[in-house]
Design a protein around this ligand. Structure first.
Ligand SMILES: *Cc1c(COP(=O)(O)O)cnc(C)c1O
Length: 418
Protein backbone atom coordinates (compact mmCIF):
# COMPACT_ATOMS: atom_id res chain seq x y z
CA UNK A 1 0.00 0.00 0.00
CA UNK A 2 2.05 2.99 -1.21
CA UNK A 3 1.28 6.20 0.64
CA UNK A 4 2.13 9.61 -0.73
CA UNK A 5 4.29 10.78 2.11
CA UNK A 6 6.07 14.09 1.98
CA UNK A 7 8.36 16.06 4.28
CA UNK A 8 6.09 19.02 4.94
CA UNK A 9 4.75 19.60 8.46
CA UNK A 10 1.36 19.91 6.81
CA UNK A 11 1.41 16.22 5.95
CA UNK A 12 1.69 15.26 9.63
CA UNK A 13 -1.04 17.71 10.66
CA UNK A 14 -3.34 16.34 8.00
CA UNK A 15 -2.63 12.73 8.94
CA UNK A 16 -3.44 13.48 12.58
CA UNK A 17 -6.59 15.37 11.63
CA UNK A 18 -7.92 12.36 9.74
CA UNK A 19 -6.81 9.83 12.38
CA UNK A 20 -9.89 8.33 14.03
CA UNK A 21 -7.82 7.17 17.00
CA UNK A 22 -6.24 10.58 17.67
CA UNK A 23 -8.58 11.09 20.67
CA UNK A 24 -6.77 8.32 22.57
CA UNK A 25 -3.71 10.51 23.16
CA UNK A 26 -5.79 12.56 25.59
CA UNK A 27 -6.45 9.43 27.62
CA UNK A 28 -2.88 9.22 28.95
CA UNK A 29 -0.63 11.00 31.42
CA UNK A 30 2.63 12.21 29.88
CA UNK A 31 5.79 13.06 31.80
CA UNK A 32 6.65 16.76 31.42
CA UNK A 33 9.74 18.30 29.91
CA UNK A 34 10.13 22.07 30.37
CA UNK A 35 6.47 22.23 31.28
CA UNK A 36 5.29 20.42 28.14
CA UNK A 37 4.22 16.83 27.52
CA UNK A 38 7.09 14.73 26.27
CA UNK A 39 6.87 12.78 23.03
CA UNK A 40 6.97 9.19 24.16
CA UNK A 41 8.50 6.52 21.93
CA UNK A 42 9.35 4.10 24.75
CA UNK A 43 6.09 2.18 24.99
CA UNK A 44 7.99 -0.97 24.03
CA UNK A 45 9.64 -0.68 27.42
CA UNK A 46 7.01 0.85 29.70
CA UNK A 47 3.68 2.12 28.40
CA UNK A 48 2.18 5.38 29.68
CA UNK A 49 -0.42 5.59 32.42
CA UNK A 50 -4.02 5.75 31.20
CA UNK A 51 -6.01 8.49 32.97
CA UNK A 52 -8.63 6.06 34.18
CA UNK A 53 -6.14 3.95 36.13
CA UNK A 54 -6.26 6.11 39.25
CA UNK A 55 -10.04 5.79 39.61
CA UNK A 56 -9.86 2.05 38.99
CA UNK A 57 -7.28 1.66 41.77
CA UNK A 58 -9.40 3.84 44.03
CA UNK A 59 -12.37 1.53 43.44
CA UNK A 60 -10.47 -1.49 44.72
CA UNK A 61 -8.98 0.47 47.62
CA UNK A 62 -12.52 1.37 48.60
CA UNK A 63 -13.70 -2.23 48.38
CA UNK A 64 -10.86 -3.22 50.67
CA UNK A 65 -11.60 -0.32 53.02
CA UNK A 66 -15.35 -0.86 53.17
CA UNK A 67 -15.75 -4.58 52.64
CA UNK A 68 -12.43 -6.11 53.70
CA UNK A 69 -12.74 -9.87 53.24
CA UNK A 70 -16.23 -9.30 51.84
CA UNK A 71 -14.53 -7.82 48.77
CA UNK A 72 -13.98 -11.31 47.40
CA UNK A 73 -17.72 -11.68 46.88
CA UNK A 74 -19.09 -8.15 46.88
CA UNK A 75 -18.28 -4.71 45.57
CA UNK A 76 -18.11 -3.59 41.94
CA UNK A 77 -15.62 -6.32 40.93
CA UNK A 78 -15.62 -9.27 43.33
CA UNK A 79 -11.99 -10.34 43.71
CA UNK A 80 -12.76 -14.05 43.62
CA UNK A 81 -13.12 -13.76 39.85
CA UNK A 82 -10.69 -10.93 39.26
CA UNK A 83 -8.61 -12.57 36.53
CA UNK A 84 -11.83 -13.43 34.67
CA UNK A 85 -12.47 -9.74 33.95
CA UNK A 86 -9.40 -9.53 31.69
CA UNK A 87 -10.25 -12.52 29.54
CA UNK A 88 -12.65 -11.07 26.94
CA UNK A 89 -10.29 -8.20 26.04
CA UNK A 90 -7.13 -10.28 26.10
CA UNK A 91 -8.72 -13.03 24.00
CA UNK A 92 -9.37 -10.42 21.30
CA UNK A 93 -5.88 -8.98 21.52
CA UNK A 94 -4.01 -12.29 21.20
CA UNK A 95 -6.64 -14.10 19.12
CA UNK A 96 -7.83 -16.99 21.26
CA UNK A 97 -10.86 -18.28 23.08
CA UNK A 98 -11.63 -16.81 26.47
CA UNK A 99 -10.95 -20.16 28.10
CA UNK A 100 -7.41 -20.09 26.71
CA UNK A 101 -6.17 -16.97 28.46
CA UNK A 102 -5.53 -15.91 32.04
CA UNK A 103 -3.44 -13.44 34.03
CA UNK A 104 -1.08 -14.22 36.89
CA UNK A 105 2.37 -13.50 38.35
CA UNK A 106 4.84 -11.84 35.99
CA UNK A 107 6.34 -12.77 32.66
CA UNK A 108 9.51 -14.70 33.47
CA UNK A 109 7.81 -16.52 36.33
CA UNK A 110 5.06 -17.55 33.93
CA UNK A 111 7.59 -18.68 31.36
CA UNK A 112 9.11 -20.94 33.99
CA UNK A 113 5.74 -22.36 34.95
CA UNK A 114 4.78 -22.99 31.34
CA UNK A 115 8.18 -24.47 30.55
CA UNK A 116 7.86 -26.83 33.49
CA UNK A 117 4.45 -27.84 32.23
CA UNK A 118 5.47 -28.29 28.61
CA UNK A 119 9.09 -29.41 28.61
CA UNK A 120 9.15 -33.18 28.88
CA UNK A 121 12.70 -34.07 27.83
CA UNK A 122 13.68 -37.60 26.91
CA UNK A 123 17.20 -38.79 26.10
CA UNK A 124 16.31 -38.56 22.38
CA UNK A 125 14.22 -35.41 22.47
CA UNK A 126 15.49 -32.73 24.81
CA UNK A 127 16.52 -29.70 22.76
CA UNK A 128 14.96 -26.24 22.84
CA UNK A 129 15.34 -23.91 19.90
CA UNK A 130 15.43 -20.13 20.37
CA UNK A 131 16.42 -17.10 18.35
CA UNK A 132 20.00 -16.02 19.09
CA UNK A 133 20.01 -12.78 21.04
CA UNK A 134 16.71 -13.48 22.79
CA UNK A 135 15.85 -11.19 25.71
CA UNK A 136 18.27 -12.09 28.55
CA UNK A 137 15.55 -13.14 30.98
CA UNK A 138 14.29 -15.69 28.44
CA UNK A 139 17.83 -16.95 27.90
CA UNK A 140 18.30 -17.34 31.67
CA UNK A 141 14.94 -19.08 31.99
CA UNK A 142 15.80 -21.69 29.37
CA UNK A 143 19.39 -22.11 30.54
CA UNK A 144 18.29 -22.78 34.12
CA UNK A 145 15.43 -24.98 32.96
CA UNK A 146 17.63 -27.39 31.03
CA UNK A 147 20.16 -27.44 33.88
CA UNK A 148 17.32 -28.23 36.26
CA UNK A 149 16.66 -31.34 34.17
CA UNK A 150 20.35 -32.25 34.16
CA UNK A 151 21.19 -31.14 30.63
CA UNK A 152 24.07 -29.05 29.38
CA UNK A 153 22.84 -25.75 27.88
CA UNK A 154 25.58 -26.03 25.23
CA UNK A 155 23.89 -29.08 23.72
CA UNK A 156 20.30 -28.69 24.89
CA UNK A 157 19.78 -25.14 23.57
CA UNK A 158 19.95 -24.43 19.86
CA UNK A 159 20.20 -20.77 18.93
CA UNK A 160 19.36 -19.65 15.41
CA UNK A 161 21.43 -16.73 14.16
CA UNK A 162 20.96 -14.53 11.09
CA UNK A 163 23.01 -15.37 8.03
CA UNK A 164 26.43 -13.80 7.63
CA UNK A 165 26.05 -10.07 7.04
CA UNK A 166 22.35 -9.99 8.02
CA UNK A 167 20.69 -8.62 11.14
CA UNK A 168 17.40 -10.50 11.13
CA UNK A 169 16.32 -14.08 10.59
CA UNK A 170 14.82 -15.48 7.42
CA UNK A 171 11.68 -17.49 8.04
CA UNK A 172 12.90 -20.20 5.67
CA UNK A 173 16.10 -20.56 7.70
CA UNK A 174 14.09 -20.98 10.92
CA UNK A 175 11.84 -23.60 9.33
CA UNK A 176 14.80 -25.49 7.92
CA UNK A 177 16.57 -25.49 11.27
CA UNK A 178 13.46 -26.87 12.94
CA UNK A 179 13.15 -29.75 10.51
CA UNK A 180 16.89 -30.38 10.58
CA UNK A 181 16.88 -30.84 14.38
CA UNK A 182 13.45 -32.46 14.27
CA UNK A 183 14.25 -35.76 15.94
CA UNK A 184 15.85 -34.19 19.01
CA UNK A 185 13.70 -31.08 19.34
CA UNK A 186 11.37 -30.92 22.34
CA UNK A 187 10.33 -27.30 21.99
CA UNK A 188 10.65 -24.15 19.94
CA UNK A 189 10.55 -21.04 22.12
CA UNK A 190 10.83 -17.73 20.32
CA UNK A 191 10.20 -14.15 21.30
CA UNK A 192 7.25 -13.15 19.08
CA UNK A 193 9.11 -9.93 18.34
CA UNK A 194 12.80 -9.75 19.08
CA UNK A 195 13.18 -6.87 21.53
CA UNK A 196 16.39 -5.62 19.92
CA UNK A 197 15.80 -5.89 16.17
CA UNK A 198 12.04 -5.43 16.30
CA UNK A 199 11.60 -8.41 13.97
CA UNK A 200 8.19 -10.07 14.19
CA UNK A 201 8.46 -13.78 13.49
CA UNK A 202 6.00 -15.85 11.51
CA UNK A 203 4.39 -17.56 14.49
CA UNK A 204 2.00 -19.55 12.33
CA UNK A 205 4.67 -21.15 10.17
CA UNK A 206 7.06 -21.69 13.08
CA UNK A 207 4.27 -23.46 14.95
CA UNK A 208 3.46 -25.63 11.92
CA UNK A 209 7.10 -26.56 11.51
CA UNK A 210 7.47 -27.36 15.21
CA UNK A 211 4.37 -29.54 15.20
CA UNK A 212 5.53 -31.30 12.04
CA UNK A 213 8.50 -32.64 14.04
CA UNK A 214 6.36 -33.25 17.15
CA UNK A 215 7.85 -30.37 19.12
CA UNK A 216 5.94 -27.88 21.27
CA UNK A 217 5.66 -24.29 20.02
CA UNK A 218 5.72 -21.57 22.68
CA UNK A 219 6.24 -17.82 22.40
CA UNK A 220 7.19 -14.90 24.56
CA UNK A 221 4.89 -12.12 23.39
CA UNK A 222 6.26 -9.30 25.57
CA UNK A 223 6.76 -7.04 22.56
CA UNK A 224 3.73 -8.28 20.68
CA UNK A 225 0.75 -8.14 23.05
CA UNK A 226 -1.12 -4.92 22.31
CA UNK A 227 1.22 -4.15 19.41
CA UNK A 228 0.10 -6.57 16.69
CA UNK A 229 -3.09 -8.61 16.47
CA UNK A 230 -2.51 -12.36 16.68
CA UNK A 231 -4.41 -15.59 16.01
CA UNK A 232 -2.87 -17.85 18.63
CA UNK A 233 -5.73 -20.33 18.61
CA UNK A 234 -6.05 -20.61 14.83
CA UNK A 235 -2.31 -20.84 14.46
CA UNK A 236 -2.41 -23.74 16.90
CA UNK A 237 0.24 -22.23 19.18
CA UNK A 238 0.70 -24.40 22.29
CA UNK A 239 1.44 -21.71 24.86
CA UNK A 240 2.49 -18.09 25.19
CA UNK A 241 3.24 -15.56 27.90
CA UNK A 242 3.62 -11.80 27.91
CA UNK A 243 3.98 -8.86 30.24
CA UNK A 244 1.36 -6.14 30.55
CA UNK A 245 3.55 -3.10 31.13
CA UNK A 246 4.82 -2.58 27.56
CA UNK A 247 2.23 -1.96 24.83
CA UNK A 248 -0.63 -2.91 27.16
CA UNK A 249 0.06 0.11 29.41
CA UNK A 250 -0.70 -1.61 32.72
CA UNK A 251 2.21 -0.12 34.66
CA UNK A 252 5.41 -1.36 36.26
CA UNK A 253 5.16 -4.83 37.77
CA UNK A 254 1.72 -5.41 36.26
CA UNK A 255 0.29 -8.92 36.22
CA UNK A 256 1.50 -11.13 33.34
CA UNK A 257 -0.64 -12.75 30.65
CA UNK A 258 -0.75 -16.43 29.74
CA UNK A 259 -2.27 -18.33 26.84
CA UNK A 260 -2.58 -22.11 26.82
CA UNK A 261 -4.28 -23.84 23.91
CA UNK A 262 -7.47 -25.52 25.11
CA UNK A 263 -6.23 -28.98 24.12
CA UNK A 264 -3.68 -28.67 26.95
CA UNK A 265 -6.28 -27.98 29.61
CA UNK A 266 -5.52 -31.25 31.38
CA UNK A 267 -1.76 -31.17 31.03
CA UNK A 268 0.20 -31.77 34.25
CA UNK A 269 1.56 -28.54 35.72
CA UNK A 270 2.64 -27.01 39.01
CA UNK A 271 -0.58 -26.11 40.75
CA UNK A 272 -2.01 -24.00 43.53
CA UNK A 273 -5.46 -23.40 44.93
CA UNK A 274 -6.43 -20.56 42.58
CA UNK A 275 -6.09 -22.96 39.66
CA UNK A 276 -8.39 -25.40 41.38
CA UNK A 277 -12.01 -25.62 40.41
CA UNK A 278 -13.97 -22.99 42.37
CA UNK A 279 -16.57 -25.62 43.28
CA UNK A 280 -14.05 -27.50 45.42
CA UNK A 281 -11.47 -24.77 46.09
CA UNK A 282 -12.81 -23.79 49.46
CA UNK A 283 -13.47 -27.29 50.69
CA UNK A 284 -9.74 -27.39 51.43
CA UNK A 285 -9.54 -31.07 50.54
CA UNK A 286 -6.71 -33.20 49.24
CA UNK A 287 -6.35 -33.62 45.49
CA UNK A 288 -5.75 -30.80 42.99
CA UNK A 289 -8.62 -30.52 40.52
CA UNK A 290 -7.47 -27.96 37.95
CA UNK A 291 -10.02 -25.79 36.23
CA UNK A 292 -10.41 -27.07 32.71
CA UNK A 293 -9.24 -23.84 31.10
CA UNK A 294 -6.17 -21.61 31.17
CA UNK A 295 -7.32 -20.45 34.61
CA UNK A 296 -6.22 -23.89 35.80
CA UNK A 297 -2.67 -22.58 35.52
CA UNK A 298 -3.30 -19.87 38.10
CA UNK A 299 -1.62 -20.67 41.37
CA UNK A 300 -2.16 -17.89 43.89
CA UNK A 301 -5.00 -15.66 44.94
CA UNK A 302 -5.83 -13.04 42.30
CA UNK A 303 -3.36 -10.14 42.69
CA UNK A 304 -5.93 -7.39 42.55
CA UNK A 305 -3.55 -4.45 42.81
CA UNK A 306 -1.26 -5.47 40.01
CA UNK A 307 -4.23 -6.45 37.86
CA UNK A 308 -6.47 -3.43 38.31
CA UNK A 309 -4.31 -1.17 36.11
CA UNK A 310 -4.48 -3.75 33.34
CA UNK A 311 -8.23 -3.87 33.72
CA UNK A 312 -8.42 -0.10 33.21
CA UNK A 313 -5.89 -0.11 30.37
CA UNK A 314 -7.75 -2.84 28.48
CA UNK A 315 -10.84 -0.67 28.31
CA UNK A 316 -8.95 1.53 25.85
CA UNK A 317 -8.12 -1.50 23.69
CA UNK A 318 -11.79 -2.50 23.73
CA UNK A 319 -12.74 0.98 22.63
CA UNK A 320 -10.11 1.33 19.90
CA UNK A 321 -9.90 -2.27 18.63
CA UNK A 322 -6.57 -3.98 18.08
CA UNK A 323 -7.06 -4.12 14.29
CA UNK A 324 -7.68 -0.37 14.11
CA UNK A 325 -4.66 0.27 16.29
CA UNK A 326 -2.56 -1.93 14.07
CA UNK A 327 -3.75 -0.14 10.92
CA UNK A 328 -2.67 3.19 12.40
CA UNK A 329 0.56 1.67 13.66
CA UNK A 330 1.49 0.46 10.19
CA UNK A 331 0.97 3.97 8.79
CA UNK A 332 2.82 5.66 11.63
CA UNK A 333 5.87 3.42 11.45
CA UNK A 334 5.98 3.61 7.64
CA UNK A 335 5.90 7.41 7.94
CA UNK A 336 8.81 7.32 10.38
CA UNK A 337 10.71 5.05 8.01
CA UNK A 338 9.99 7.35 5.07
CA UNK A 339 11.18 10.46 6.93
CA UNK A 340 14.38 8.73 8.05
CA UNK A 341 15.19 7.99 4.44
CA UNK A 342 15.03 11.72 3.68
CA UNK A 343 18.13 12.39 5.79
CA UNK A 344 21.09 11.97 3.43
CA UNK A 345 23.64 13.38 5.90
CA UNK A 346 23.04 10.89 8.65
CA UNK A 347 24.73 7.52 8.44
CA UNK A 348 22.45 4.89 9.88
CA UNK A 349 20.88 1.56 9.20
CA UNK A 350 17.37 0.39 10.04
CA UNK A 351 17.88 -3.02 11.62
CA UNK A 352 14.16 -3.78 11.75
CA UNK A 353 12.70 -5.51 8.67
CA UNK A 354 11.21 -3.20 6.04
CA UNK A 355 8.22 -5.49 5.47
CA UNK A 356 5.38 -4.22 7.72
CA UNK A 357 4.25 -7.85 8.18
CA UNK A 358 7.58 -8.59 9.86
CA UNK A 359 7.52 -5.81 12.43
CA UNK A 360 5.30 -3.98 14.88
CA UNK A 361 5.49 -0.34 15.94
CA UNK A 362 9.21 -0.31 16.70
CA UNK A 363 12.10 0.62 14.43
CA UNK A 364 15.61 -0.10 15.70
CA UNK A 365 18.04 2.41 14.23
CA UNK A 366 21.72 1.73 14.23
CA UNK A 367 23.59 5.02 13.95
CA UNK A 368 27.04 4.33 12.56
CA UNK A 369 28.24 7.51 14.27
CA UNK A 370 26.89 9.91 16.90
CA UNK A 371 24.29 7.44 18.22
CA UNK A 372 24.67 8.62 21.81
CA UNK A 373 24.69 12.30 20.78
CA UNK A 374 21.50 11.78 18.84
CA UNK A 375 19.89 10.07 21.79
CA UNK A 376 20.91 12.89 24.14
CA UNK A 377 19.64 15.52 21.72
CA UNK A 378 16.26 13.78 21.63
CA UNK A 379 16.04 13.71 25.41
CA UNK A 380 17.08 17.40 25.53
CA UNK A 381 14.12 18.10 23.25
CA UNK A 382 11.62 16.12 25.26
CA UNK A 383 11.56 13.03 23.05
CA UNK A 384 11.88 9.82 25.01
CA UNK A 385 13.65 7.04 23.11
CA UNK A 386 15.75 4.12 24.22
CA UNK A 387 19.49 3.79 23.63
CA UNK A 388 21.65 0.66 23.55
CA UNK A 389 25.33 0.39 22.77
CA UNK A 390 26.86 0.49 20.18
CA UNK A 391 24.55 3.20 18.83
CA UNK A 392 21.12 1.62 18.56
CA UNK A 393 18.11 3.81 19.21
CA UNK A 394 14.81 2.01 19.43
CA UNK A 395 11.87 4.18 18.44
CA UNK A 396 8.40 2.81 19.10
CA UNK A 397 5.59 5.12 18.00
CA UNK A 398 2.80 3.32 19.85
CA UNK A 399 -0.45 4.13 18.06
CA UNK A 400 -2.41 4.69 21.29
CA UNK A 401 -0.62 7.89 22.24
CA UNK A 402 1.81 8.82 19.46
CA UNK A 403 0.88 11.09 16.58
CA UNK A 404 2.21 11.81 13.12
CA UNK A 405 3.34 15.19 14.42
CA UNK A 406 5.37 13.42 17.12
CA UNK A 407 7.13 11.41 14.43
CA UNK A 408 7.70 14.58 12.41
CA UNK A 409 9.30 16.25 15.41
CA UNK A 410 11.77 13.36 15.72
CA UNK A 411 12.68 13.83 12.06
CA UNK A 412 13.05 17.60 12.45
CA UNK A 413 15.54 17.24 15.27
CA UNK A 414 17.65 14.85 13.22
CA UNK A 415 17.40 17.08 10.16
CA UNK A 416 18.26 20.31 11.97
CA UNK A 417 21.05 19.06 14.22
CA UNK A 418 22.95 16.29 12.46
C1 LIG B 1 10.28 -7.22 28.75
C2 LIG B 1 10.63 -8.63 28.56
C3 LIG B 1 10.81 -9.52 29.63
C4 LIG B 1 10.72 -9.04 31.06
O1 LIG B 1 10.31 -10.06 31.91
P1 LIG B 1 9.73 -9.77 33.36
O2 LIG B 1 9.65 -11.10 33.97
O3 LIG B 1 8.43 -9.07 33.20
O4 LIG B 1 10.71 -8.87 34.06
C5 LIG B 1 11.10 -10.84 29.36
N1 LIG B 1 11.20 -11.28 28.09
C6 LIG B 1 11.04 -10.46 27.02
C7 LIG B 1 11.16 -10.99 25.63
C8 LIG B 1 10.78 -9.11 27.23
O5 LIG B 1 10.65 -8.29 26.18
Amino acid sequence: MPVDHNTTPGFAKQADASDELAYLKQQFHFPKHNGKDVIYFCGNSLGLQPLQVAAAVETELNSWKELAVGGYFKGPNPWLYYQEYMKPSLAKIVGCRENEVTVMNALTVNLHLLLLGFYRPTPERFQIMMEAGAFPSDQYAVETLVKHFGYDPATAIIEISPQEGEKTLRTEAILEAISEHGGSLAMVLFGGINYYTGQFFDLKRITEAAHAVKAIAGFDLAHVAGNLPLQLHNWDVDFAAWCSYKYLNAGPGAVGGVYVHERHANRPRLGGWWGNDEKTRFKMEKGFVPKTDAGGWNISTAQVFNTVCLKAALELFDKAGIDQLRAKSIRLTAYLEYLLHQLPNIRFEIITPTDPESRGAQLSLYFIEKGKEIHDKMIENGIIVDYREPGVIRVAPAPMYCSFEDVYRFYEILRDNF
